[in-house]
Design a binder for this molecule. Structure first.
Ligand SMILES: [Cu+2]
Length: 325
């Protein structure tokens, strides 16, 4: 009996050790202190310098990219300054925590904090969830969090990386009914209409070199429309559903990303030239959702989310007609 009970105690101790190994943060895991501020402000939404009365995280549309590694802890704080007029909230799709407690809206003058562990690798949407959520997202309260896999070898190494977030533009930011009726006036990548279209006045581009593996972390902020993401003149070498290396598809021409979802797209550029990345739902592409990936041997390094915020040096008044892709 005694030896049985001793072995039983040993078994319990061993199981506690095993449990401890599971709950104790791993050696590689880090803790990130991330604070964002809800800012109700005007932002530039096209190459003419047109302003839009946005609601944002940290004054930019999209909000800043958050980047952590699988297993990391995020201590997040949202500030809603007294100068704002509306309640705001934050919902991280990378988190697995109680919605009622953590994603509740806070009034102007209030602050909320919560903690989560980014347990699953991928590219995830984040957004304000204050009612009416459809308006808070349409007006600009969205962004992306990249959770890098803890094993870098889980997928091929990328030579160049971009974050691209699709969202709808409603010219009257106060017309919530138009948002419910899906009457969008434009489609944006990274908060701008034709932001990365070099043939459009004020437009830029996404740079790459021939032969590079370009990784696009793609988020569809919606609020309503599906994206049919396609590289004109190329084929996605790999698509990773939700950006998880375990969810790998190969040789994909077009991949649908629904509102509130995300995927990671790898393309290896075969030769120099222009490769427009579009939603092949053409009502969206022809109203703004075209990002030209320009492959040239002298391409310079670029930030993860170029031209955010969009600064127009000299405000223009006319937009050049856009050639049909
Ligand atoms: Cu909000």
């Amino acid at each position: 009996m005694q030896s049985q009970s001793a072995s039983c105690r040993l078994a319990v101790a061993a199981s506690l050790l095993v449990a401890g190994a599971v709950v104790t943060p791993a050696a590689w895991a880090k803790t990130h202190e991330i604070t964002m501020t809800a800012v109700e402000t005007d932002v530039v939404i096209d190459g003419s310098g047109e302003k839009y009365a946005a609601w944002t995280f940290d004054g930019q549309m999209p909000g800043p990219v958050v980047r952590v590694t699988e297993g990391d802890t995020i201590n997040f704080t949202l500030r809603n300054p007294e100068t704002n007029k509306n309640p705001h909230a934050m919902d991280f799709h990378a988190a697995e925590i109680d919605f009622l407690k953590n994603y509740r809206a806070i009034n102007a003058g209030e602050t909320i904090s919560y903690t989560f562990v980014a347990k699953k690798p991928g590219i995830f949407f984040y957004h304000c969830g204050a009612p009416p959520m459809i308006q808070h997202i349409a007006r600009g309260m969205f962004g992306a969090i990249i959770v890098d896999p803890k094993e870098a070898k889980a997928w091929p190494k990328a030579d160049r990386e971009y974050v691209l977030i699709q969202s709808e533009y409603f010219k009257n930011p106060g017309d919530v009914q138009a948002m419910f009726d899906r009457k969008f006036d434009g489609m944006m990548f990274n908060g701008g209409i034709f932001k990365y279209h070099p043939f459009v006045t004020g437009g830029g581009k996404l740079d790459a070199k021939p032969g590079e593996r370009v990784r696009i972390y793609f988020v569809n902020a919606g609020p309503n429309e599906f994206s049919s993401f396609h590289p004109i003149g190329e084929i996605w070498d790999n698509v990773y559903e939700s950006g998880n290396p375990a969810n790998s598809l190969k040789g994909v021409q077009t991949y649908v990303v629904g509102p509130g979802s995300a995927a990671t797209f790898d393309v290896v550029i075969e030769s120099a030239g222009a490769y427009p990345l579009v939603t092949h739902s053409l009502t969206g592409a022809l109203r703004g959702a075209i990002a030209v990936l320009l492959a040239s041997p002298d391409a310079k390094p670029a930030p993860l989310m170029p031209m955010v915020p969009w600064k127009i040096a000299t405000p223009q008044t006319e937009i050049t007609p856009v050639p049909t892709p």
